[in-house]
Design a protein around this ligand. Structure first.
Ligand SMILES: [Zn+2]
Length: 322
């Protein structure tokens, strides 16, 4: 079956590697170094792949910003070997949100999520008239206006980002109180200390038939395959788990979900790789160096479409049903 494609025109690579995003990366990495210098005996050690469960000893290890990561040899997911407590992660994220302005690109991402909900409604012939957004809109309260503008006929509930002790008690309470038909979990799975727990809490506190929209970074993406830890999107504190398609599928099924749809709508792989290979001093990689150095816009556009069609772009999307 051919998977859907989500690209009209190539995005501007400066949105990813701009001065501002460089600054964000430095701030997050500095926060990580500060954490590592403190006592971190309360970090949790992962003895197995958080996606497929393969024991950690069988995977390849590497480090980034002094943090140890593993690449699972079974499912290809990338994961931090040890993770800070959820409450520490949440506090750092709140500090970061308060210190910076949200980028335009994140708003684009949000609008595309709204479109995804509408398309899903049409495809499933089911009304998703009440939606719970899990911790995403906190990043930009203005988006709540976007929500009102784009989908007036839906009731929206927002679970703000607040420091959590790792049991997701506020999410449990919100699910029971609002009883939504759809739950939106964008950009959360990859930076949560325990993604399996997050999936479990949503499933156990929602009625059967609830639709869950998940997006996350994707380890099968060409960007991660070629650049690995050098990828500009690889910020350790935001990427404690980079799921592969196979890895997330295994985890979702193990957590009791039915998978309705899988896609990789990422838009940036081709332009990020072009930028990387066109900068001086980067290593030669057979085939790819020449491919990107000689690439024009059409070639990059065609490649990005191919990556989306073959589930090889850097962002994954799963549509799940409880
Ligand atoms: Zn795995």
């Amino acid at each position: 079956m051919q998977t859907p494609v989500f690209i009209d025109q190539l995005p501007d690579v400066s949105a990813v590697v701009s001065h501002k995003s460089g600054q964000y990366r430095h701030q997050r990495n500095k926060a990580l170094l500060d954490l590592l210098l403190k006592d971190h005996s309360d970090w949790q050690t992962r003895s197995a792949c958080p996606a497929c469960g393969q024991e950690r000893g069988k995977s390849r290890s590497f480090s980034h910003t002094f943090m140890d990561f593993q690449r699972c040899s079974n499912c290809n997911s990338i994961y931090a070997a040890d993770v800070p407590p959820q409450v520490v992660l949440d506090n750092l994220r709140l500090e970061q949100i308060n210190a910076t302005e949200p980028g335009k690109d994140r708003e684009f991402e949000f609008i595309s999520l709204l479109n995804w909900i509408s398309l899903t409604e049409a495809r499933l012939e089911r009304s998703l008239d009440s939606v719970l957004d899990v911790r995403f809109c906190t990043q930009a309260p203005d988006w709540q206006d976007t929500v009102q503008r784009q989908s007036r006929n839906r009731s929206w509930h927002f679970l703000p980002l607040t420091p959590d002790d790792g049991t997701f008690a506020s999410l449990k309470a919100k699910l029971r109180e609002t009883n939504p038909k759809a739950v939106l979990v964008p950009a959360e799975m990859d930076r949560t200390a325990d993604p399996a727990m997050l999936l479990q809490v949503i499933r156990e506190n929602s009625p059967a038939g609830t639709i869950v929209f998940v997006t996350s970074s994707c380890a099968d993406g060409l960007e991660y395959e070629i650049l690995g830890a050098d990828s500009p999107s690889f910020i350790p504190l935001d990427r404690l788990t980079i799921f592969s398609i196979c890895g997330f599928k295994t985890l979702a099924e193990k957590s009791g979900y039915e998978i309705l749809e899988t896609s990789t709508p990422g838009r940036f792989d081709a332009v990020i790789l072009e930028r990387y290979f066109k900068s001086a001093d980067n290593a030669d990689i057979p085939f790819w160096s020449g491919f990107f150095r000689e690439a024009d816009k059409n070639r990059l556009h065609d490649l990005q479409i191919l990556l989306q069609r073959s589930l090889k772009s850097g962002v994954l999307r799963f549509l799940l049903e409880t």
